[in-house]
Design a protein around this ligand. Structure first.
Ligand code: MG
Length: 296
């Protein structure tokens, strides 16, 4: 059985016939938020229900990086290489400084607490963009069950000035997000409100030079499953979680092919020596596969 599903012949050049999907670690409950630290040769990811951030390195294997983690979910790095994290439990976005201390980037809007920040990216100007769906406060499984006081928005924060604004206010539950390589586009997954039959889809916005957004049409509908988290390669292809693995979507919104994964995938990130390895968080396990592509 092939580990790939090649839909468009172009996808045949994106994958390597002799690389294989490898399980790096297992035994978790719902892994998310992978982020690669090339300078430390390690991957960090969240094991959300177990309230911890794990660390995997080809040198030392698996270890616990932070516990408790305030039920952290998505992670990224800022322009200075520092870890930026979404916390369901803390209902905030934080930055981990080089000395290990934690700085709060955002924990409320309009005098009200955020819901449960889910995923985050940092633009080249240093601004921090994150989604704030309600998944982490609807139950006690991935955080603390609490009252929702704000709509499920997508925000942009300037960590220097604290200036914070709503960038997308018409999603049901925005989730994964990423810019195109030239930052002219912003992709946003909407996974719908919990316990609803909201439509799940990916949208694409045009990003103006001043950072303002326009458009927001449906870009692609992942099937089976839905897009939760995703990253882009240097050619602008979107590598997204799906119900049967990782789907590769062209900048035109067409499905090019799939990497099949035996567990439900939540998110991905590129890493490794040449950013050609795709790390995959999938329910109880973390996997990796080498590709003939490079992450942005
Ligand atoms: Mg997510």
């Amino acid at each position: 059985m092939s580990q790939y599903d090649i839909v468009d012949p172009a996808f045949g050049e994106y994958v390597l016939f002799n690389s294989h999907l490898k399980q790096l670690a297992t035994g978790f409950d719902w892994v998310e938020g992978p982020v690669w630290f090339g300078d430390a040769n390690c991957l960090l990811f969240s094991d959300i229900p177990n309230n911890r951030i794990m660390r995997w390195s080809p040198d030392t294997g698996i270890s616990t990086y932070r516990e408790p983690s305030n039920f952290s979910n998505g992670h990224t790095r800022d322009r200075q290489g520092r870890l930026v994290s979404c916390e369901h439990g803390g209902r905030r976005v934080t930055r981990t400084e080089y000395d290990g201390t934690i700085t709060v980037i955002a924990d409320g809007f309009d005098g009200k607490p955020l819901n449960s920040p889910n995923d985050v990216v940092v633009k080249s100007d240093g601004s921090v963009w994150f989604t704030d769906p309600h998944y982490g406060i609807k139950t006690n499984y991935e955080g603390h069950k609490s009252e929702q006081e704000l709509p499920c928005n997508l925000y942009r924060v300037d960590p220097e000035t604290g200036d914070m604004r709503v960038m997308v206010d018409d999603a049901n539950c925005p989730n994964g997000l990423a810019f195109s390589p030239d930052e002219s586009r912003l992709y946003v997954a909407d996974t719908g409100r919990m316990f609803s039959d909201d439509k799940k889809h990916m949208r694409v916005f045009d990003v103006a030079d001043d950072g303002s957004l326009s458009g927001g049409d449906v870009f692609h509908v992942v099937s089976p499953g839905a897009s939760d988290g995703f990253r882009l390669d240097t050619d602008g292809n979107v590598w997204t979680s799906a119900g049967d693995g990782v789907h590769c979507i062209s900048p035109d919104g067409d499905l090019l092919g799939k990497v099949l994964v035996p567990e439900l995938v939540s998110n991905v990130c590129f890493g490794g020596r040449a950013k050609q390895q795709l790390f995959i968080t999938a329910t109880t396990s973390v996997y990796v596969i080498s590709l003939n592509r490079q992450g942005v």
